[in-house]
Ligand binder design. Structure first.
Ligand code: 26M
Length: 800
């Protein structure tokens, strides 16, 4: 499609849809028109992709995830179709700014953070690598809450994204499946086999909404299938009361907003079974239509379990094979292991999913029976070779609870962590008992990011410099960013990259002015911490360092520091009071410092509201310092670290998660690390000799800062300040904030010094960009495809 053709099509489509001309149309109408052209264009490739997969019987992976976090899709679809530039120019010739239309689309925010965003980065890369892969999840009517600040407190508002119209989804009533909940089950003998007989309970209909996942200039369009719930027409009489109907509707109404705490709610378990059962049933229906022997299903189908939330896939697959397809248990179990694989995303104990037997029996009694049988056979088989201690620690059902991670590991052929250190911790510490039993199942797949979204799409200024300097092969081969290493001494390139950064900083400064009314200088260092608010991520340590600088400047207004803007973006789970206290403390500190004339704008603190994918796309290109300061061992991988380095930010980091691999990639001169190491953290655990109180008593700087939380220095935080103070002193500072604080301040001073030498800084920035290529999710999914899923690129995709 060329520009003239596109303009023609645009004018025609606008007339067809709205009987309007460009000059009369509102931005929403223009957006809908553009979206309609984009989606009708890729629809042909979409049906061709799945027909290819079906007709040539290619093995496909199904990525089961209770969260997907794609953000906005218009620009990324344009980019991947190779249309971005032409459309931008054509629209501008029609007097339309593409960026204005892009802003209209609501973010699809059906995820909390890292895990959901990773799933969406994978969807992009799977399609871009021409791999036959599908997403399977839930179409929540409300995504992650919208965050507002009222007097510095977080307030949550519902995310009503659907009424604004989702132009990308296609409802497929003909592909609906039924899911049964509740009631009771007993087994009856039937032709020499035990068959389940169901009593009571209720059946709901799962209706899929499919969204095209457009690959990067390769003609591949895959499917992300999200399930909505409906009452089956023939079951209407069972759902007479309003309560009954509401109970059904509730199933897909809202995303649980907690990414750290397993609350054990029945509705959550029902959501899990709902999308698992719908997904697995529809996969099996597809496979049976291929008319291949069931025994060979693992040659054609792989199912990936993203964290334990979809772990019931294992039991549901067994149910269908045994109850419906009449396979022998042993054969069904062999197939299940071959088909299933699992990724672990956290070692935080409170996030590990467990369900009580009663609740599982209540929600899906047949699934409970099957899990019980898996557990029984495991204990029986292991008893000949292994000691009871090991068996009791690894079995699925313990103390009346079902351990979902145990189910996921025992019922799959692969368990992976998301960064080297994390995978090693799984093997050697957290899941060591399982590693002893099944060493070959364990592997690492370091996370990656959708590189094109986080460079070309979010940062056109930098992209332009890169294209002029090293060509554009890095668009498809991200490791070609390494070509930039030939320019570490090229002043012109260094200046151009710095100019691009300055341009992005100016834009962010304007956004900050508009949304927060805070004036920040684009000459200041833009220091960014963007991620969910969590104690282990230690936003509090960042805040303490800000207070340290503040007190130093109050004492000595001439103190020589380069002006800095500290930028935060973070949502706290609504029930996570401690995290909310930290938000309030940051907001009040921001107020205090930003309005203090003594500070002369040397430090500014900006907490941007409602951090989401779209806001990330505004902040990251302008960032110069990337705060990755979790306590070592706690952040499984992190992915904002990768996005920020790709955009030329310097990382200030603990040796945690993927930070370690970032350091390997850039070299230790080009990252600033600090803090306890994994070994030191574990030594403290072993010897139980960390006394945070001593660090408070022995360090006057820490004392002054902590006192500020309780002595009124930071205003309006009487309760929050006390809660924070107590967490560090009375409750022993679980995440070693005081222990790491001095070293963190040392690292921050290195950053300050480095920035004085702008050439050196620009070089380091360039080196970070140059070495970000290995963190492309294109690479990551290639490893999954080869090592775990055993799927290959579609031979008939049109690469290039
Ligand atoms: C639990 C209970 C109820 C509702 C939601 C949850 C829940 C949701 C998300 C629990 C955990 C969830 O995700 C954990 C997560 O996001 N982990 C992050 O995964 C990223 C991708 O692998 C990593 O980069 C991060 O380090 C890791 O924290």
């Amino acid at each position: 499609m060329d520009k003239i053709e596109f303009k023609q099509t645009f004018i025609e489509r606008l007339a067809e849809l709205y009987a309007m001309e460009v000059s009369d149309a509102t931005p929403i109408e223009l957006y809908q028109t553009l979206g309609s052209i984009v989606s009708t264009t890729y629809t042909k490739q979409w049906s061709k992709s799945w027909q290819d997969y079906r007709d040539t019987k290619q093995k496909q992976v199904y990525y089961f995830s209770i969260e997907f976090l794609p953000g906005k899709m218009l620009k990324s679809n344009l980019l991947n179709m190779g249309w971005l530039e032409i459309v931008e120019e054509a629209l501008s010739e029609l007097g339309i700014k593409l960026d204005d239309l892009i802003e209209i689309e609501p973010d699809m925010a059906l995820g909390n953070g890292g895990l959901g965003r990773l799933a969406s980065c994978f969807m992009d890369s799977i399609a871009s690598q021409s791999l036959p892969g599908n997403g399977n999840g839930i179409r929540y009517r409300y995504g992650l809450f919208k965050q507002r600040f009222v007097d510095g407190h977080q307030v949550e508002l519902p995310d009503e994204w659907l009424p604004k119209g989702n132009i990308w989804e296609v409802r497929k009533d003909s592909k609906a499946v039924d899911v049964h909940f509740g009631g009771s089950v007993h087994l009856e003998e039937h032709h020499g086999r035990l068959k389940p007989v169901y009593h009571g309970g209720y059946t709901v209909r799962a209706v899929p909404y499919d969204t095209g996942m457009v690959g990067y200039k390769n003609g591949t369009v895959n499917t992300m299938r999200l399930w909505d719930v409906a009452i089956p027409a023939e079951e209407e009489e069972h759902y007479r009361s309003i309560e009954d109907r509401r109970m059904v509707e509730e199933l897909t109404s809202v995303l649980y907003p907690d990414d750290s705490n397993e609350a054990g709610r029945k509705l959550r378990l029902s959501q899990e079974y709902f999308f698992v059962s719908a997904g697995v049933q529809s996969i099996l229906r597809y496979y049976k239509n291929l008319h291949l022997p069931l025994e060979q299903i693992s040659r054609y189908i792989a199912i990936h379990i993203n964290d334990t939330h979809p772990a019931m896939c294992i039991a549901e697959f067994m149910r269908l094979l045994v109850d419906q397809e009449n396979l022998k248990w042993e054969k069904a179990w062999r197939l299940t292991l071959q088909v299933m694989s699992y990724t672990n995303h956290t070692i935080m104990a409170e996030a590990l999913e467990k369900w009580s037997i009663e609740m599982m029996q209540d929600v899906c009694p047949r699934i409970y029976q099957i899990i019980e049988e898996i557990d029984r056979r495991f204990v029986e088989e292991m008893s000949t070779f292994h000691n009871q201690g090991l068996i009791q620690r690894t079995r699925i059902i313990q103390d009346g609870q079902i351990h979902m991670a145990h189910l996921a590991i025992l019922g799959s052929h692969s368990t992976n962590g998301v960064a080297k250190i994390h995978s090693d911790l799984l093997k050697n510490v957290i899941l060591n008992d399982f590693y002893v039993l099944y060493p070959s199942r364990f592997n690492n797949k370091t996370n990656g990011i959708a590189q094109r979204r986080w460079s070309q799409l979010a940062n056109p200024a930098m992209t332009k410099v890169l294209n002029q300097t090293i060509g554009d092969s890095w668009h498809r081969t991200p490791t070609d960013l390494h070509l930039l290493m030939n320019f570490t001494e090229d002043d012109e390139v260094l200046e151009q990259l710095a100019a691009a950064k300055l341009e992005n900083k100016k834009r962010l400064a304007a956004y900050i002015k508009e949304h927060k009314g805070i004036e920040v200088s684009p000459e200041a260092i833009f220091d960014v911490q963007i991620k969910r608010l969590h104690a282990y991520k230690r936003q509090l340590m960042n805040l303490m360092h800000i207070l340290k600088l503040y007190f130093e400047l109050k004492n000595d207004p001439k103190r020589d520091i380069h002006p800095r803007v500290f930028i935060f973006g973070a949502k706290a789970a609504p029930s996570y009071h401690y995290a909310k206290a930290i938000i309030k403390a940051i907001n009040e500190t921001a107020n205090l410092i930003n309005h203090d004339p003594d500070i002369q704008d040397k430090i500014k603190v900006v907490f941007l509201e409602n951090y989401n994918v779209s806001l990330a796309e505004k902040i990251i290109p302008a960032a110069e310092v990337s705060e990755q300061i979790s306590l070592a061992t706690k952040e499984a991988s992190g992915t904002s670290n990768m996005k920020l380095m790709l955009n030329g930010a310097l990382t200030i980091a603990t040796l945690d998660g993927a930070n370690i691999e970032i350091r390997e990639a850039v070299g230790e001169e080009n990252i600033v690390t600090f803090g306890l190491t994994e070994k030191e953290v574990y030594r403290y655990y072993q010897e139980q000799n960390y006394r945070s109180l001593e660090w408070y008593h022995n360090d006057p700087v820490i004392q002054r800062i902590l006192n500020a939380f309780i002595d009124g220095t930071i205003p309006n935080i009487v309760n929050e300040g006390k809660q924070i103070f107590d967490s560090l002193i009375q409750y022993h500072d679980e995440f070693f904030v005081l222990r790491d604080f001095a070293d963190y301040c040392r690292a921050q001073e290195i950053i300050n010094q480095l920035y004085q030498d702008s050439r050196r800084w620009n070089q380091i920035s360039l080196i970070n960009i140059a070495n970000a290529g290995i963190f492309s999710a294109d690479n990551t999914v290639e490893r999954y495809a080869e090592d775990i899923w055993q799927i290959r690129p579609n031979p008939s995709s049109q690469l290039g």
